[in-house]
Design a protein around this ligand. Structure first.
Ligand SMILES: C[S@@+](CC[C@H](N)C(=O)[O-])C[C@H]1O[C@@H](n2cnc3c(N)ncnc32)[C@H](O)[C@@H]1O
Length: 217
């Protein structure tokens, strides 16, 4: 099984228990802050969401966006998202590394808790594929976890490329080795060099956000 397939398989199996991550008591205040902030970035925009999962974040974007298209490699989380996200939402099964060229008409993109699963060596490839579907001067927002000892799953190893890995159990007792990176601001700024502009990094205790614009014409 390839690394991409392994990540998909883990999240397909985790889908029914995924939303428990949003119930961690220590993260609630930060979550409320981000739930209020995120929609302000997407008002009246046509939003492409990558690795949308169960639609936890989509539910806050959908009411203010002109449209939202939720993509994910797995149908299991998208089925949960369908029940959760009301309004003009479209649901598409799609690999983040091979987004369907027929998707288009977007002037914004969001990926929550996805970049951390992209190997360092594939970050720019992922962004190039994403940007191919976006109009010039589109808003891109990435959001993800900061590593917080005692709250985050411990890092079990670091590979030669600089990726970090975790051993994650599911409720049935199975265990998965999962790539999970915790990039700093400088890495994110370097990642968009020549691909994006005006990168703004923010952090709360448990999360970071990074927003930028795709280049103008
Ligand atoms: C950490 S979850 C994030 C879900 C959602 N964005 C959120 O923040 O709640 C990662 C998601 O990536 C999806 N996924 C895994 N591999 C993928 C791939 N190659 N392309 C697109 N989505 C993928 C999984 O199915 C899962 O829903």
């Amino acid at each position: 099984m390839s690394a991409v397939e392994a990540m998909q398989a883990y999240y397909a199996q985790r889908a029914p228990e995924y939303d428990a991550v949003y119930l961690k008591p220590e993260r609630q205040a930060n979550l409320r802050q981000l739930e209020a902030w995120l929609p302000t970035q997407f008002a009246r925009r046509n939003v492409l969401e990558i690795a949308a999962g169960t639609g936890y974040w989509s539910q806050f974007i959908a009411p203010v966006a002109a449209s939202i298209t939720l993509t994910d490699a797995n149908l299991e989380p998208l089925a949960i998202a369908r029940d959760r996200v009301q309004g003009r939402a479209v649901f598409v099964q799609a690999d983040a590394y091979a987004l369907p060229a027929e998707l288009g008409g977007f002037n914004a993109a969001f990926a929550g808790f996805w970049l951390s699963h992209v190997p360092v060596s594939r970050r720019r490839e992922f962004l190039q594929g994403l940007h191919a579907l976006l109009a010039p001067e589109s808003v891109v927002v990435l959001m993800d976890n900061r590593y917080v000892a005692g709250s985050s799953t411990p890092i079990s190893e670091r590979d030669a490329e600089g990726n970090t890995w975790q051993l994650r159990p599911l409720e049935d007792g199975s265990q998965f080795r999962v790539l999970k990176n915790f990039p700093r601001e400088a890495e994110l700024q370097a990642m968009i060099e020549g691909l994006g502009e005006a990168g703004v990094y923010r952090e709360t205790e448990y999360f970071w956000t990074f927003q930028y614009l795709t280049p103008g014409i």
